[in-house]
Design a protein around this ligand. Sequence first.
Ligand code: BF8
Ligand code: SF4
Length: 619
Amino acid sequence: MEAVTAKLRERAVAVGAQTWEDRVKTQTPHCRFGEDGICCKNCSMGPCRITAKAPRGICGADAHAIAGRNYLRMIAAGTSSHSDHAREILHVLLSTSRDGNYQVRDEEKLIRLATEWDIPTEGRDIYEVAHEVAETGLEEFGKSHGTLRFVKRATPERQKLWHDLDIEPRAIDREVVTSMHMTHMGNTADAEALVRQGLRCAIANGWGGSMLGTEITDILFGTPKVWNTEGNLGVLEPDMVNVVVHGHDPAFSEMVVTATEIKDLVDYAKSKGAKGINVVGLCCTANEVAMRHGVRMAGNFLQQENVVLTGAVEMMCVDVQCIFPALAQLTECFHTKFVTSSPIARIPGSIYVEFKPETAFDQAKELVKMAIDNYENRDQNKVYIPPTKQSATVGYPCEQIIKHLDGVTNTHVDELGSYRPAIDAIKAGVLRGAVAIVGCNNPRVRPDYSHFEIMRELLANDVLIVATGCAAQLATKAGLLNKDAKWQCGAGLRRVCDLVNIPPILHMGACVDISRMMLLASGIARDWGVDTTQIPVVGCAPEWMSEKAVSIANYVVSTGIDVYLGIEPQVKGSTQMMDLITQGTRKLTGAGYIINLDPHELVKNILDGLEAKRAALGI
Ligand code: BF8
Ligand code: SF4
């Protein structure tokens, strides 16, 4: 892949374009105060920077207060991003009707959620139920009293712990606002209190916003099923109209994908000399549409510019999050049309088409037509599609995992099935445990290298992997989502994969779907008869970069699950904060961060962590 990137970089130079590799050079070395989290600009007496000579800001805040406040603000931003995405999706559910742009595709899941929320379903029209579920979900953002509904899905031990620690999340917006309030000038200067609020605000994401996002998306567009697909830049086609969907919110990409399948538009593309329309995904949108339609995946975060550099993209359609503003300048060097669609992500130099549920399908059709019309502007001299792609099997939400496990034995105990076959394999030592590998790319480390090395070593050590986000994309590119990748596994894992008929890495979706992983871990703990913090299951984000990732890491820790990081959180300037995130949370929730910048060492840490959990369980 690196040879491909080098070749594409040559082409960038040829067309006078810049890429992230160029900008990293002009941005490094980074500002140490920022890296260490000890620059405060929360009021205009500052910015204040902490040094040995200046240990306090003008107001008297020390390094611990400043690093803690900055950290909590990252969590609040991350929680906001996932949760606001969920709010949009709930509005889409509210707009559904039998003959509208959006319909309910998974009625069974809708009924299940309605029942969980005590919403009557008997004899009611499905859309009436859908609208009441949407309204009830929307109330989770701003209700004045009580705590979030999904907290009840956690193990009883977790629920009690969160209650006793007073970190049960109230309304989602409230936890974000409280975090912003606490970090305003003149408020909390106690690092531990800031970290505690970080946990609470993060639970409002993982067991609130993100979980709503996942559930409602499944109801709207269908709970993912297993698909065979492909990934990497080679999924772009030399003789088809290439449309790339990029971002996170599937309300937009679903419509674009559906529009590319319309016969009239395919015929129109043919009339323009193309063989058809090829829609592919990038980043988490890729995960969403791959899991629901088998749409092929062009790549992950640091590959977004490479996709344009192929010169073969007629249109890049984006919604929200993880979109480089640089795409505007870069697409100008090619014929590519860069379309933004959300008031949340406005980017100068893009074509802005504000996407609305009432007009969604017509808008999507218009855009696809615009892409087709752009095909004739492709400059063949600028086209280079690297011939790299891998086959992948994707689409393993909890429902599919249960279904596969049920297929192996007859332990189906209730409507929701059971994880007991997996638990038995872990108890017998055939599997040593499971690791969720999640998160981004980050130019601080060689892109995708840590993901790959960690995955490979864990598989060889009989550890089952579940993956989401850009980590799942790397697994795709590396061929590890392929059932044939079993040769990479230890004998025990290989046996399990054969028996259950699964690849050794289970693609669970986008980053918002890490909420699925929380339910998976809680389901395993429930069937095991222990709490989530006891089972040999951990999280790992080797190349994380976003504020969303900090929020995720905190809800995983809140759920009692250790998180292994390959990039340091920006709090190093405070010994107290470093201690709190690695040790302090352990005293509260039973889990914390283990940070190691060397991926091989990090794997050793993970394996030691899993073995320690096993030993504590007496297995
Ligand atoms: O939400 S893994 S770079 S694309 S933030 Fe972004 Fe990170 Fe990728 Fe998805 Ni998640
Ligand atoms: Fe400086 Fe305090 Fe203002 Fe921060 S809040 S900028 S530390 S005076």
